[in-house]
Ligand binder design. Sequence first.
Ligand code: KIV
Ligand code: ZN
Length: 511
Amino acid sequence: MTDKLIIFDTTLRDGEQSPGASMTKDEKLRIARQLEKLGVDVIEAGFAAASPGDADAIHSIAKVIERSTVCSLARAGEKDVRAAGEAIKPAKHGRIHTFIATSPIHMQHKLRMTEDQVVERAVQAVKWAREYTDDVEFSAEDAVRSDMDFLVRIFDAVIKAGATTLNVPDTVGYSIPVLWGERFKQLIARVPDSDKVIWSTHCHNDLGMASANSLAAVMNGARQVECTINGLGERAGNAALEEVVMSIKTRRDIFTCDTNIDTTQIVPTSKLVSSITGYPVQPNKSIVGANAFAHESGIHQDGVLKHRETYEIMRAEDVGWGANKLSLGKLSGRNAFRTRLQELGIVVESEDVLNAAFARFKDLADRKSEIFDEDIQALMSDEGVTHVSEHFRLVSMRAHSETGTLPTAQVTLSVGGKEQQAEAQRGGPVDATFQAIEQIVHSGTELLLYSVNNITSGTDAQGEVTVRLAKGGRVVNGLGADTDIVVASAKAYLNALNKLDTGANRAHPQL
Ligand code: KIV
Ligand code: ZN
C-alpha cells in the first residue's frame, strides 16, 4: 500500500513573487486550467488581500476549477482571512492557508510580538478560516529558524483550533536534507494528534536544496509538498514540481507514496508558465530543460542507441517531451484551428478572441511553412489576441543593418489610439528599435533583462523575446514572439510597457 502525496502548487502565489512574474487574471486562469489538467491536488491561486485584482483572479479560478482544491493565502489577521474566505467561496473544494512567522528573528524584528501573542493570532486566524471552510492550512513562517519547543506548542494549538494541514516552511532556504528530515521526524513525534493532520513541506532554493529538502521531509512523514512549476518563486525560487514528482516516480524503490500527477503534462505546463511569466527555462534544467534528454558525447549516444537505459533514468515521452508536433498548415481553416485549440486545452473566451487569434495564425502561416503546437501556444499569449490593455501597440516597423554602418530602426506606434513615429540609430538593430520606441514613450524605465529563445527548432522558428523593465520599484516581464526577432523584441518591450501602465500596487504577503 502506498500513501498519497498531495501536490500543492504555488506557482500562482509564491511563483508570482518572482521579480516581474506578475500575471493578469486571464493568464492565471490559463495556468490554473493547465495545473488541473496536470493533476495537482491544490492550486494556491494567490493572496486575496494583496489587491482587489488578486482577489478577483482567485474568485474566477475558484469558479472554473472542478477537481483541484483552490486555495488563497492569508496573513493571520481578520481582514486577510475574510478576504481569502470570500475569494474561494465559489470553489467546489476551497482551502484557506493562513500563516504567521514563528522564528525569534521574525517575531522580534518583523512582527514585534511575543510568543504568546503569535500563538493567540494563529489560533484566532484558524478559527476565522474555519467559518468559511473545513480545509484550513496553517504555516509557521521561517520554521527552519524557529525553536522546536515553540513549533510544537503552536502546532498543537492550531490543531485544536481546527487546522487540517500543518505546513513547515524553510522560508529562507537554509536547511539541508538530513536536518530537514529530522525536523519532520521530531515534529510528528512530539505534536499531539499529529496523525490527524497532513504534514506539509515548503522549501526555498537559496542553497539549491529545495527539492532535496522536500524529499527528505517526505521520507520522514510529510504528505504534502508545496512546489512550483520550473521552481519559480521568491528569490532563488521554490522546490520544482517536476523534480519532486519525477523523483517520487523514478525512485519508487525508496518512496512509499505516489502522486496523482499526469507526468506527460509536465513539459507543456512548464512551457506555458515560462511563456506567460517571461522566465525562460535554462537548457540544462532537470526534466524540463531543452537538454535534459539530449546526449552529446559519442559514448553516451552509442550507449543509448544500444540500450536506452544505459544513460537514461526516465523516458522523455513520460514527462511530455515529444517530437515537435506539426499542428496546422497554411491551408487550415477556422474550424481546424478551433479544434486544435480545444485539443491543446486552450479555452477561448469569446468569438472576438478566436477571430483575432485566427488572423494572427494566418499571418504566421504566411511566413512559416509549418506551425507547431508551441507556435499556437505563443500566439495565444499575444496581446493582440488576449486583448490585454494595449495602450502601446506596434503598428509597423523597419530595421536596417548593413556591415560597416550603424543599424537604424523606424517604428510606428499607436499610443492610446494615436499613431506616432520615430527613428533611431544605435549599435544593433534591437538597441535602435528600443531607442526609437523610447523617443515616443519616454518611459523612464530601466532595462534589467533581454533574452531570446527559439520556440521550435529550425531557422524559420519564431523567436520568443523576454524583456524585463523596472520603474519606481515595480518590475515587469514583457514577452513577444515573431519569426523576425527584432519585431519580437519590439513586441516584448511594448508588452512590458503595457504591463507597467496597467499594474496596480499590491501588498506583499511577507511584509
Ligand atoms: O516561504 C514561506 O514561508 C511562505 C509561506 C507564506 C508559506 O511562502
Ligand atoms: Zn515561500
